[in-house]
Structure formats: C-alpha cells, structure tokens
Design a protein around this ligand. Structure first.
Ligand SMILES: Nc1ncnc2c1ncn2[C@@H]1O[C@H](COP(=O)(O)OP(=O)(O)OP(=O)(O)O)[C@@H](O)[C@H]1O
Ligand SMILES: [Mg+2]
Length: 207
C-alpha cells in the first residue's frame, strides 16, 4: 500500500509542476490531504504490527524527547500552542530501540497539542526517581483532559474520540513501553488538562 501511495503522491507533484493553474489547486490540496491521511494510517498500522527487535542499546532519553519536541514544532505553531520542555540532558541512558522510542514521545506530544486550546501550553518535564533507577518523563497539557470513563480504554487499539483519529497512537505507546520494561499512566491534572507519565528503567553501570 505504501508504494502506490508514494506513486500517487509523486504523480500529484508532477501534475502540479506541469499544470500550475488556479482552478486545479483546490482539488490538488484535497487529494493531498487524503493521501496524507492514508500514509499516516499505514505508518501507524505498520508501527503497531511491527515485531519487537529485542536488541536494546543504552541511549540518552533526553535527546529522544528533544527530537520529538522538534518534530512537533510545526503542529504546535499551526495550533498556536507553546511547547515548554525542561528535560535535563544528563544521566538518563535508557536501553532502547531509538526510532521506536521516538514514536512514544511523538505520539504523546501530538495528542497533547491536538487536545490543547489555542494559546495553551504543553509542558514536557523529566526527572530521575527510585534512587537513580528510573527516568520519569511527563507530558502535560491544559486541554480538555480525559473523560473519567474513558481512562480504562485509552490504550485499546482503535479507541478514539478525535475526529480523523485512528486510535492507534496510545496503543503503540503502550506496546513500545512494554517492550522496554516501562509504563505509561494517564490522568487528569488538578487544574484541568491531561497528564501522561512515562517511566523507563535507566541503564545500569554494566550497560
Ligand atoms: N492529551 C489528551 N487530552 C485529552 N484526551 C486525549 C489526550 N490524548 C489522548 N486522548 C484521548 O485518547 C484517545 C486515544 O488517543 P490515541 O492517540 O490512541 O488516538 P487518536 O489520537 O484519536 O488517533 P491517532 O491514532 O491518530 O493517534 C483520543 O482520541 C482522545 O479521546
Ligand atoms: Mg493520537
């Protein structure tokens, strides 16, 4: 499915270059939007179904989180949401499959932005807990928060309340953290908004 999607997208590019006419633009934009949605869905299905590569290497979790914050910058700008990240760069080597771990924070930050109101702030913070054994990373927003009766279902595949959502984002997050011996907990913040807290084991001395 990805190859024909790529073909459609490349053909749209060529079409646009050849016939740069006002009356086509609206249709091209509509086609592109749908192709992007299908590409995104394919990406999520592949990510969800991907078998676990058991080789984990200790890497800096702060770099992964910073990468996801950078990835989310344009979505945040579109939605007029400010991203605040306070993740200390030091001492957080976590055994991981790095591209897969990046998915966790890409998905959590995207959700937080999508559920924020214009002018809202999404904050990403991290700390070391449990005598240096755990890295705890929180993604918090000031949006609607979760409906109490949705909380037990958030991590089920295809559970979604978002228009245009697939409902795979959080099930992918859960699966990836499982593979890394980590956890994720969803809750509502006291002042309103959602809080997602990820806990991951920090690499030991030997690693
Ligand atoms: N930060 C948040 N604030 C409020 N509700 C949220 C937040 N994050 C997730 N949710 C709720 O959890 C549901 C599931 O999230 P999930 O990321 O799995 O799917 P999605 O965002 O709807 O679709 P996608 O597969 O594109 O990520 C959302 O539809 C939404 O109802
Ligand atoms: Mg999502």
């Amino acid at each position: 499915v990805r190859n024909p999607l790529f073909g459609i997208s490349a053909t749209l590019d060529a079409f646009e270059n050849h016939y740069d006419m006002e009356e086509f633009r609206e249709y091209i934009a509509a086609l592109r939007e749908q192709v992007d949605r299908m590409s995104q869905l394919m990406h999520e299905l592949l990510e969800y179904g991907r078998p676990f590569a058991s080789a984990l290497h200790p890497e800096c979790i702060a770099l992964v989180v910073h990468g996801s914050v950078a990835n989310a910058a344009s979505l945040a700008r579109q939605r007029d949401v400010t991203l605040q990240s306070a993740v200390p760069p030091s001492l957080m080597a976590v055994p991981m499959d790095r591209p897969r771990m990046a998915q966790v924070f890409d998905n959590l930050i995207a959700n937080a932005i999508q559920h924020s109101r214009p002018g809202g702030v999404v904050s990403i913070s991290a700390e070391v807990t449990g005598d240096g054994r755990w890295a705890r990373i929180a993604v918090e927003d000031q949006g609607s928060g979760f409906r109490e009766d949705d909380l037990p279902r958030l991590f089920e595949p295809f559970f979604t309340r978002r228009r245009g959502g697939t409902g795979l984002g959080l099930s992918i997050v859960h699966r990836i953290l499982d593979e890394h011996g980590g956890t994720v907990v969803a809750s509502n913040r006291e002042g309103g908004g959602a809080s997602m807290v990820v806990t991951l084991p920090i690499a030991g001395e030997a690693a």
